[in-house]
Design a protein around this ligand. Structure first.
Ligand code: GLU
Length: 192
């Protein structure tokens, strides 16, 4: 199984800490990894197949800007290990990023429904449905929290999720069912 992490810091950079946390989760096994951050209303994304150190040497996770970051070590269950299938996954507009540990059992039904409504899928994962569901909630005027709450009500399966939006930069919304998820709070920030 993979691991997800996230943090919102009071100052400094969230990406290097997220990178370190992914290193600590390495022992669980993974085939790809990635990090998304938010800075000045913009979302930044770096992800690929391979080992964290090797990807970091090529892409440099530590120079990603922003106080807010989420990260993922993937152990593929739906869709081969590839850059497109690596997490975080983005919505159609590139404003929302999501990491997921677990398996969404009704992903095929959700995908058909979402593609009918015009969403463009990039990956072959079960996960991507969730970010498009959240996108619809935000487009309908909901807050990130409300949109995630509504989206998870549609899901069947196991999940630990961390989700960020460029429109609400200092916030990570988390949700879980069956997969474990721990929240931490310190003087310097909040962590999942
Ligand atoms: N089911 C998701 C995928 O295949 C998440 C896998 C995981 O927990 O790493 O991308």
């Amino acid at each position: 199984m993979c691991g997800i992490v996230g943090c919102v810091l009071k100052d400094g950079l969230a990406a290097p800490l997220t990178h370190q946390a992914l290193k600590r989760l390495e022992y669980r096994g993974y085939d790809s990894c990635g990090i998304a951050t938010i800075s000045n209303g913009k979302l930044y994304l770096k992800k690929d197949v391979g080992k964290i150190d090797e990807i970091h040497r090529r892409l440099n996770f530590d120079d990603m800007p922003g106080l807010t970051a989420i990260g993922h070590n993937r152990w593929a269950t739906h869709g081969a290990p590839s850059k497109e299938n690596a997490h975080p996954h983005l919505d159609c507009k590139g404003l929302i990023a999501l990491v997921h540990n677990g398996v969404i059992e009704n992903f095929a039904e959700l995908k058909a429904e979402l593609e009918d409504r015009g969403h463009r899928y990039i990956s072959r994962t079960d996960t991507e449905a969730i970010v498009h569901l959240v996108e619809e909630g935000l487009a309908g005027g909901e807050s990130l929290y409300e949109a995630v709450l509504k989206a998870v009500r549609r899901l069947k399966g196991s999940y630990a999720l961390a989700i960020i939006s460029a429109q609400e930069p200092e916030r990570i919304i988390c949700a879980r069912n069956e997969s474990p998820l721990v929240i931490g709070v310190s003087e310097q920030g909040i962590y999942c």
